[in-house]
Design a protein around this ligand. Structure first.
Ligand code: NDP
Length: 483
């Protein structure tokens, strides 16, 4: 196997082990084999990380943005140089095909470090003239930020949270999902090799309780979570009691609307990307595919034909383009939803079962004739299950698309330019696509509305969520007072 992290935690610039914490086996989802063991952070470990972050942050914030940015950009270059090794580790951690991880994970983490490294020197305030007096503003760091990650993009999430936090002068403590604990440790290792002072990017392992004790600690100023809506509600509430800043990147049940004038091949491609990439374990997936009645059968036919191109197998084999579910548990959740789809009368077009091979594989599954009330059209599945719903009226499909508590993403396929913008304008979602699906470059804001989240990751928007503004009134004349 690839170079593994050498201990469970990374604190104050070094790997730290404490085997008195609960044992967490790390399982390669393609075989079920245990490939590593990490130990959940004990209160002493959590304390160590918080103290280290608190002690290091102020000096880091005093460095110039150029100096901070240089370190982040150096780390980006190192990640790119080690992309193959990091991608193999990501594949072991998540089970995602190497074909995917080579281009989507460490590389997107490097993009974030490069982008925010570049922005670090541009973070300035304003000068506001007030006659002879003036006000100036200063963009300041928040302090200690906690990042809590989901298991689907462990390297990317560690960087998407770490890069803007560090660029703004904060320290970060990152807790990966216990399902995929390895990759964030390598991010920490590389950041420190690139020159990041000790204590500024720490990784501690553990389950929800470790996340919860970080969120509740008074030394913490901000929490950024990527996870499910129920966890988001808990973490948001805990952060609120300490009046902490939050970013919440939560789940979705996003609509992808395909009109009858759409380019069918592109629409099918968009639906495949929006449902089967990472075996469907993507929060922004367009899992409610509304297809205009006039093109429904031709859409389903081309979709079925193209699904034959799915190559299942050992994700380390670069010819494989469809991997297993991240865990046996997630496989069970997805299979239960598939059973519900069948029971509730959706028409199974393909897949619909566990694949008879080693590992946690669920076949790429498509249901047609799905109606809005069916469970598979309402709940986030987080697996390779596409629900195809019919429509024939624009206003009606917009209303149906919006009839959900979620609001992460939305997509439209049409050749009609004005319709594309009109429909996207009416959809209640944060990250949208026209004639495409699931592009997430670091330059674009990413995040949801409604129950799907609060705040935005990536782009210049993220700066607002990792910094705060101090305003200073400067009086040039005398102070007038009543007495
Ligand atoms: P969970 O919500 O179960 O967990 C997310 C993280 O929060 C994990 O690290 C988890 O630890 C931790 N956690 C759980 N309970 C608490 C708590 N009370 N306090 C603090 N931390 C806690 O999500 P999954 O890891 O199962 O990931 C899948 C979900 O993430 C999906 O619903 C998906 O939609 C969402 N997601 C959203 C994305 C977005 O950007 N909007 C991107 C990717 C995924 P542990 O796992 O160890 O229990």
């Amino acid at each position: 196997m690839t170079t593994q992290p050498t201990a469970s935690h990374f604190i104050n610039g070094a790997y730290v082990e404490d085997t008195s914490g609960t044992e967490i086996p790390v399982i390669f989802p393609a075989t079920g084999e245990v490939i590593a063991t990490v130990y959940s952070a004990t209160p002493a470990i959590i304390d160590q990380a918080l103290d280290a972050a608190k002690a290091a942050q102020k000096a880091w914030a005093k460095m110039t943005g150029t100096e901070r940015g240089r370190i982040l950009r150096r780390a980006a270059d190192m990640i790119r140089e080690r992309n193959h090794e990091l991608s193999v580790l990501e594949t072991y951690d998540t089970g995602k095909p190497l074909q995917e991880t080579l281009v989507a994970d460490a590389t997107s983490g490097a993009d974030a470090l490069e982008y925010f490294g570049g922005l670090a020197a541009t973070l300035t305030g304003e000068h506001i003239p007030m006659g002879e007096d003036w006000v100036y503003t200063v963009r300041e760091a928040l302090g200690v930020c906690v990042g809590i990650g989901a298991w689907n993009y462990p390297t990317q999430i560690a960087c998407w949270k770490g890069a803007p936090a560090l660029a703004c002068g904060n320290a970060m403590i990152f807790k990966p999902s216990e399902t995929t604990p390895l990759c964030a440790l390598k991010v920490a290792e590389i950041l420190h090799e690139a020159g990041l002072p000790a204590g500024l990017y720490n990784v501690v392992q553990g389950l929800g309780d470790v996340g919860a004790s970080l969120v509740n600690d008074p030394r913490v100023d901000k929490v950024s979570l990527t996870g499910s809506v129920p966890t988001g509600k808990k973490v948001y509430a805990a952060a609120a009691s300490g009046m902490k800043h939050v970013t919440m990147e939560l789940g979705g049940k996003s609509p992808l609307i395909i009109f009858d004038d759409a380019d069918i091949e592109n629409a099918v491609g968009g639906a495949i990307n929006g449902n089967f990439y990472s075996s469907g374990q993507v929060c922004s997936n367009g899992t409610r595919v509304f297809v205009h009645k006039n093109i429904k059968e031709v859409f389903l036919k081309r979709l079925s034909e193209r699904l034959e191109g799915a190559v299942l197998g050992n994700p380390l084999d670069e010819a494989v383009n469809f991997g297993p579910m991240v865990s046996e548990r997630q496989m069970g959740i997805v299979l239960d939803y598939i059973a519900k789809g069948k029971e509730e009368g959706a028409r199974l077009i393909s897949g619909g079962e566990r694949v008879d091979m080693e590992g946690f594989f669920v076949a790429p599954t498509v249901f047609a004739d799905v109606t809005d009330e069916m469970t598979i059209a309402q709940e986030e599945i987080f697996g390779p299950v596409m629900a195809v719903l019919d429509f024939d009226d624009e206003d009606d499909v917009i209303a149906r698309a919006n009839a959900t508590d979620f609001g992460l993403s939305a997509g439209v396929f049409t050749r009609d330019l004005t319709r594309a913008h009109r429909v996207i304008g009416a959809l209640e979602a944060g990250s949208c696509f026209i004639n495409s699906y699931n592009d997430a470059p670091v330059e674009a804001p990413f995040g949801g509305v409604k129950a799907s989240g609060v705040g935005r990751e990536n782009s210049k928007e993220a700066i607002q969520h990792y910094s705060q503004v101090k305003s200073v009134y400067v009086r040039m004349g005398d102070v007038e007072a009543a007495f």
